[in-house]
Design a protein around this ligand. Structure first.
Ligand code: HEM
Ligand code: HEM
Length: 163
């Protein structure tokens, strides 16, 4: 079985995204804090580690896309996270906003509170928009979660003979 690069990246991304969204929501405050028993410090720690993984994954995707453009590879990658249109473009743009605001929060935390407050606002509101879009995406693509049924090779053979 050949494992496709875009398929692996999609599922890695999904795991990282889910943990980032959960740990992020825990940090928002009492409304979602119960998810991690109000352990905000651990949520912060997890969020920062996974944020680095998320940035690395994004750069891997961008690098892969640049190589494809240089090789004039026009093939559509169905599972790829970034692209020029549709949900791929949406994911690409929202990812860049997450990274830019995330870096501002991280770097300016002890110096520029106005920048941190503004970035936190964008970072948080974007989380709700992207989670809503992911729920819609999962609804549309939920067939991917159904385990393929085993087809009986003998029966299929018999069927084709009787036709
Ligand atoms: C899928 C991507 C991400 C989601 C859904 C997400 C979500 C969140 C949420 C909901 C918060 C809490 C905001 C608040 O308290 O109002 C947060 C905080 C934060 N995020 Fe993200 N985030 C993501 C990616 C990133 C990235 C890529 C970085 C860094 C490069 C980052 C760095 C931070 C930092 C530094 C905080 C503040 C933590 C603190 O209060 O000490 N996030 N994030
Ligand atoms: C359980 C969760 C998920 C399921 C079941 C799922 C399912 C799928 C499937 C089946 C495809 C292939 C599309 C096709 O063949 O037409 C796909 C593509 C894609 N997925 Fe997911 N996905 C999930 C989570 C996510 C998450 C968390 C994100 C991003 C935050 C995401 C972003 C994308 C993008 C950008 C594409 C490419 C879409 C396109 O080509 O238009 N997915 N997903």
């Amino acid at each position: 079985m050949k494992v496709r690069f875009d398929f692996v990246v999609h599922w890695l991304w999904t795991i990282v995204f889910a943990i980032l969204a959960l740990s992020g929501l825990v940090m928002v405050g009492p409304r979602y804090g119960w998810v991690m028993n109000y352990n905000i410090a651990t949520a912060d720690y997890i969020h920062r580690i996974l944020a680095v993984v998320y940035v690395v994954l994004t750069f891997i995707c961008i690098g892969y896309e640049v190589i494809r453009v240089m090789r004039a590879d026009q093939k559509k990658l169905a599972w790829f996270m970034i692209g020029r249109e549709g949900y791929q473009l949406f994911t690409y743009v929202t990812t860049l906003v997450f990274i830019i605001t995330g870096v501002i929060i991280w770097v300016c935390m002890d110096s520029n509170m106005a920048a941190v407050a503004f970035s936190l606002y964008i970072h948080e509101k974007l989380t709700y928009i992207v989670i809503a879009s992911v729920i819609w995406h999962i609804y549309v693509k939920c067939h991917a979660l159904v385990w393929p049924k085993k087809t009986n090779v003998k029966d299929t053979h018999k069927l084709s003979k009787t036709r």
